[in-house]
Design a protein around this ligand. Structure first.
Ligand SMILES: Cc1cc2nc3c(=O)[nH]c(=O)nc-3n(C[C@H](O)[C@H](O)[C@H](O)COP(=O)(O)OP(=O)(O)OC[C@H]3O[C@@H](n4cnc5c(N)ncnc54)[C@H](O)[C@@H]3O)c2cc1C
Length: 302
């Protein structure tokens, strides 16, 4: 993993297209079982901001307040920052010349963090696809409730299994060999059970009580999945507002978090800092003793 310094991004990259993503390699065992060794992360959606309707609102105030000039600020901001700053300035009706201008947005959001005025960060939603993550990781991830939405691959419909190798296994030849053996065994067992269930059903022995064919596929897979291990891949689309993402990074990219979710959290951070550099600027990257990264901030709960 290359060295990473978020201050460089804050200064140089306000926003870049295409949206950031990190695509890990997919590996294959001798018998064709597929697996990944690292999380894949792709930003799918960021806020779209259009203030043209706001101009009418600003124009309705007395001209001497100069609210009508608010949208003429010459410094562009990324959409998430632009939206959250507008939300914060609406709270105090600060749209005139005395407001904090966009060029001082870093200072503006620093103050938001210091005042714990985190609710303004709830306006900007960012959707991220994660793959190459295990079912045990997503079980931890979906414990985060406030500000998050999740859509995860259902094991009742999955056509082709993929697996995730833990970092500890990837680094040790014997553990790696055992991992490959295990996923090949699990996949063949899963396919064998599925086939047998189909045969039972087709021969008229209605063990699954399925009336339609699509219903049958679902019922076969929901039964056969009982043999799947924690290391089965579980791709998940996560939409979170920037306040929720900050909390996630605090909880999951620290030294107490489990190593797999910590790596995914760090990749997520690398994407978030590209699309909303100022909202995540306070996080400092440190090295953990196991070679991964951890994030530290003075504002863990805004
Ligand atoms: C290192 C680590 C170890 C863990 N070990 C375990 C474990 O052994 N067993 C286990 O079950 N879980 C464990 N967890 C999960 C943990 O208990 C939380 O469920 C998870 O981290 C989500 O955190 P949260 O509730 O703060 O987050 P979110 O659900 O994202 O909520 C964000 C914040 O909103 C507020 N909030 C959300 N919902 C409510 C509510 N209903 N009422 C009041 N305030 C609310 C809280 O301030 C909360 O911190 C662990 C987590 C970590 C990071």
């Amino acid at each position: 993993m290359p060295e990473f310094d978020n201050r460089v991004l804050v200064e140089q990259k306000l926003y870049e297209s295409p949206l950031p993503h990190y695509n890990p390699e997919v590996f294959k065992t001798e018998n064709g079982s597929l697996y990944l060794k690292e999380p894949g992360v792709a930003v799918v959606s960021i806020p779209y901001v259009d203030f043209s309707g706001v101009q009418k609102f600003l124009d309705g105030f007395p001209p001497e307040l100069e609210f009508f000039k608010y949208l003429q600020d010459p410094t562009p901001l990324p959409p998430a920052e632009s939206l959250c700053k507008f939300a914060g300035q609406l709270c105090y009706l600060r749209f005139g010349e005395k407001r904090t201008h966009n060029k001082d947005a870093v200072k503006y959001f620093q103050n938001i963090l210091e005042q714990s005025h985190g609710s303004v960060l709830e306006h900007a939603n960012i959707s991220i696809l994660m793959w190459g993550v295990s079912r045990s990781l997503t079980h931890e991830l979906i414990r985060h409730r406030a500000g998050f939405g999740f859509s995860q691959v259902s094991q009742r419909y999955v056509e082709k299994l993929r697996f995730v190798e833990r970092p500890e296994y990837a680094e040790d030849p014997l553990l790696h060999e055992m991992f490959e053996e295990n996923i090949e065994y699990v996949e063949s067992r899963y396919n064998k059970i599925s086939k047998y269930l189909f045969e039972l059903q087709s021969s008229g022995y209605g063990i699954l009580s399925a009336e339609r064919k699509t219903d049958l596929y679902k019922k076969v897979r929901q039964t056969a999945r009982s043999v799947l291990p924690n290391e089965t891949e579980a791709p998940i689309l996560v939409t979170g507002n920037t306040r929720a993402w900050r909390h996630f990074l605090n909880m999951r990219c620290n030294e107490h978090a489990e190593i797999e979710i910590r790596r995914a959290a760090f990749q997520t951070y690398r994407c978030l800092i590209e699309v909303a550099p100022i909202l995540f600027a306070d996080f400092q990257v440190e090295h953990a003793s196991d070679g991964t990264h951890v994030l530290k901030t003075n504002y863990p709960k805004v």
